[in-house]
Write a protein that binds this ligand. Structure first.
Ligand code: LLP
Length: 419
């Protein structure tokens, strides 16, 4: 969390004291660092520099307009998985020609919208989807630029819920059937088949599965070309992991080498769709301690953020650092506590038996590495308003999504005529 650091005993985002943001917008809130976003994007982009590659930021990780626009300004394209995300990308200034549309279940309406917008590429995940896209394109008098998403049957060695590259997962076209489906795609009048795509999972911290999958893609490219089929592009997906605890993740040097040594020498246009690696450690979630409850067997620190604001700990048993906003004294006694939210579920828990310095009612804490799959996965469960998002740049901060009002939530409901 280098852009999130203690200065004069207070946790800062760049040059802004997080406690000052809390005083201004209340808690909980998400806070993103422009400098960290920029640094992450540039590191990734540099890693693939010289390999004829383009980055398509995966909006699903964090689709706030301020985040997308910051990345667009650095040259990012967008990887979207719904027409809603496509609209977000367009609104933030990414042109349709820089948008890749992925996802296992695109509807015909979504296909039509994306075709009319003129996006760069559809990543197609099944023969049924290919034929449907062909029909929609023909009906609109268009040809859809397509990459076939391949399921390489490689174990990404990540959490089961975010592993996508095994044959038993719902994603992609089985690699053994790919040649015949690619050949069919090349014959369809509404399809302009350009290449292959692959994404084996998220939060990979070992390069070996990537290398294995990329090698399978390279072999497939050669096999297709051997059959006289043109293959111009390969989309490498996202998935590069970040450090949440102290785990060693993939270095950019290893990623570059794996790409270069597999698909790097085939004269391809390469694409990558990173999400978490760009925005994960560029964000924190700040919360306030409501109460400290001494239980019979455990002590609970109850905070005002909950699983509806950050669902990763309970959904994936994910670890997020917890840092008090006021730097603890070196000699502060550390005890093990459960950090929990106020929602009426035992699963509403951020950390179990976490060693933390003393915390009292009113204290502020930050959950680290919350920039990816944080705000975007939040809900209004328990009628809890969506929390504000704040962006920092140097010594400035601005709200980039305000706290939702109760009226906005409840006002969505409509009474039927009989009530
Ligand atoms: N491309 C495709 C086709 C994807 O399915 C994903 C993520 C990405 C790119 C971006 O992957 P990344 O670089 O962020 O790893 N909610 C989960 C993560 C779900 C990832 C889904 N797909 C979490 O909080 O860990």
């Amino acid at each position: 969390m280098s852009q999130f650091h203690y200065q004069d005993g207070e946790l800062h985002a760049e040059s802004v004291k997080l406690a000052d943001i809390a005083a201004s917008v209340g808690t909980p809130f998400y806070c993103y660092s422009t400098a960290k976003l920029t640094q992450n994007y540039q590191n990734f982009s540099d890693a693939l520099g010289g390999l004829n590659a383009r980055l398509y930021y995966s909006l699903k990780a964090n689709s706030n307009q301020a985040v997308i626009k910051t990345l667009a300004g650095l040259g990012a394209g967008a990887d979207v998985v719904s027409v809603g995300e496509m609209y977000r990308a367009l609104k933030a200034g990414i042109s349709a020609g820089d948008i890749v549309f992925a996802g296992v279940g695109k509807t015909r309406d979504e296909m039509a919208e994306a075709l009319k917008a003129g996006i760069y590429q559809f990543n197609v995940e099944s023969v049924g989807e290919l034929r449907a896209l062909n029909e929609v394109a023909v009906s609109l008098g268009k040809r859809a630029p397509v990459a076939l998403r391949i399921n390489p049957d490689v174990d990404a060695k990540t959490h089961a819920k975010i592993s996508t590259g095994k044959s038993e997962n719902k994603f992609g076209i089985d690699i053994d059937h790919a040649p015949e489906i690619y050949a069919e795609a090349a014959r369809l009048p509404g399809i302009d088949v350009r290449g292959l795509a692959c994404h084996i999972g998220s939060q990979l911290i070992d390069i070996a599965p990537f290398r294995h999958a990329f090698q399978k893609l390279a072999d497939l490219v050669k096999a297709l070309r051997g059959r006289g089929l043109a293959v111009e592009r390969v989309d490498l997906g996202g998935g590069v992991g970040i450090t949440y605890r102290e785990e060693q993740t993939i270095s950019f040097a290893d990623y570059t080498t794996a790409v270069a040594e597999t698909v790097g020498n085939l004269g391809l246009k390469l694409e990558a769709e990173p999400g978490r690696a760009i925005v994960g450690n560029a964000g924190v979630l700040v919360a306030r301690v409501i109460n400290v409850k001494e239980g019979v067997s455990r002590n609970f620190v109850i905070v005002d953020a909950a699983m509806n604001d950050l669902i990763r700990p309970t959904l994936y048993e994910a670890y997020h650092q917890i840092l008090p906003l006021r730097q603890p004294a070196d000699e502060a006694a550390v005890t093990r506590v459960d950090v929990v939210g106020p929602i009426c579920e035992t699963g509403d828990q951020f950390a179990e038996q976490r060693p933390l310095p003393p915390l009292a009612t009113g204290d502020l804490i930050a959950f680290g590495e919350a920039g990816a799959y944080g705000a975007v996965m939040s809900s209004t469960y328990n009628t809890r308003p969506l929390v504000p998002e704040v962006m920092v740049k140097g010594d400035r901060f601005e709200v980039v999504r305000p706290r939702q009002t109760y009226d906005a939530i409840i006002g969505q409901d409509i009474l039927p005529s009989w009530l």
